[in-house]
Ligand binder design. Structure first.
Ligand SMILES: C[S@@+](CC[C@H](N)C(=O)[O-])C[C@H]1O[C@@H](n2cnc3c(N)ncnc32)[C@H](O)[C@@H]1O
Ligand code: SF4
Length: 380
């Protein structure tokens, strides 16, 4: 669950960002955008997502593994202790997925893998040997999940998870931590309450806990479950974003923001708030620092004290084209391309410097519900 900024919010964060020096801590790689699912709410492949508007020939492009390796060698020489998030699309559809994972781990990179879980079965060894945290999307009890992600997908993913846990136990491995992520949207919010018990029925031999954002690693578990409210924007804010990007950064934006437009939000927010509060109480999770879900969905101007985004000082995002961006969800302001420029040129170049300068004083219109805005100062 997203948290409020607490003491680190508002004025302190504004001051903090003025004195920041760039230090790379995390890279997110979208080596391919291909996906075998069409989840209704997805900002990439869902009903309003951008991928269905692009020529499929282009979407099928995948990043060359040698180009990634060359770039990552430069990154790691300057920043040996970074984490890499491998995502997509469905990352396991990337043609060089195995090579990418093994290469990164051979360089001692901490690997986080975000997956829909459908293709785990043939990659169990690879995952157990290399991945630190595995995030698998399940969007509610079977009927809800299948209506969003496709018939039969709930059982398929659960079977894969079962296999993985069995092997993990057999080999007495601590890693990867396996987390199930449920994205709360109009399609499934009614099912938040029965979700944990439906998983406990399905995985009757496993210990399942609710992910505790404030104490994430304390409780022993086989699986943790996290509720993640939909990231969204309004058409009005999207349009304003396009104008400000042109004015401030001379940037013509892509249609990516349209994939996040959710109007109306379509959620009974009072019911969802009550349901979540009941779950947190029953599961003994301290929710005092969590965002108010009703406010989150109804007042997009409230950023819960998270007045600044720190991502451009600590992160880079590599897309399937080799283009590099400072934002994970909005591939708009391009910093460079790994086919043409070195890490140093991208990380210290004029474009990123300009972006950081703009972000010191401005928040962009689409940022209000972004994951990175909700990332803790300490997590960077
Ligand atoms: C884009 S997917 C990529 C990895 C993989 N295909 C999967 O489904 O987990 C990463 C996560 O983003 C979530 N997601 C997609 N659209 C979202 C949105 N608009 N707001 C919040 N999460 C979203 C998905 O549910 C998934 O948990
Ligand atoms: S599996 Fe992931 S990338 Fe594919 S459509 Fe669903 S949320 Fe989007």
């Amino acid at each position: 669950m997203l948290t409020k900024a607490g003491d680190l919010g508002d004025k302190k964060l504004l001051e903090h960002v003025q004195n920041l020096t760039p230090k790379l801590k995390q890279i997110t790689i979208f080596a391919s955008d291909l996906c075998n699912y069409r989840c209704s709410f997805c900002h990439i492949w869902g009903e309003t997502g951008w991928a269905l508007k692009e020529p499929q020939r282009v979407i099928k492009e995948q990043l060359d593994i040698d180009v990634i390796k060359k770039f990552m060698d430069q990154v790691l020489e300057a920043n040996p202790k970074i984490g890499v998030i491998i995502t997509g699309g469905e990352p396991m559809l990337y043609k060089s997925f195995t090579e990418l994972v093994e290469y990164l781990r051979s360089k001692k990179v901490t690997i986080y893998l975000l997956t829909n879980g459908s293709l785990i079965k043939n990659k169990i060894d690879l995952i157990l040997n290399n991945v630190v945290a595995l995030n698998i999307s399940i969007d509610g009890p079977e009927e809800y999940h299948d209506s969003i992600r496709g018939k039969g997908s709930f059982q398929q993913i659960c079977e894969n998870i079962e296999l993985l846990i069995k092997e993990k136990k057999k080999r007495k491995r601590m890693f990867p931590f396996i987390n199930i992520n449920m994205t709360l949207s109009k399609y499934n919010y009614q099912s938040a309450k029965p979700f944990l018990s439906s998983l406990r029925d399905r995985f009757s031999n496993e210990k399942i806990i609710l992910h505790d954002t404030m104490n994430p690693w304390v409780k022993p578990r086989d699986l943790s479950v996290n509720f993640w409210p939909l990231l969204f924007t309004t058409r009005e804010k999207g349009k304003q974003y396009a104008i400000e990007m042109k004015e401030l950064l001379d940037c013509d934006v892509s249609p990516a923001w349209e994939g996040f437009v959710e109007e109306p939000i379509g959620i009974d927010t009072i019911r969802l708030k009550n349901d979540l509060e009941e779950i947190w109480e029953t599961e003994g999770v301290d929710s005092s620092n969590f965002v108010d879900v009703e406010e989150y969905f109804n007042n997009i101007e409230n950023v819960f004290g998270r007045s600044k985004c720190l991502a451009p000082w600590h992160e880079l995002i590599i897309r399937r084209t080799g283009d590099v961006y400072p934002c994970v969800d909005f591939p708009d302001y391009k910093l460079g391309n790994i086919h043409e420029s070195s890490f140093e040129e991208i990380w210290t170049g004029d474009k990123v410097t300009k972006f950081r300068e703009v972000l010191k004083t401005q928040n962009l219109n689409v940022c209000n519900r972004c994951t990175r805005l909700f990332a803790d100062k300490e997590s960077y």
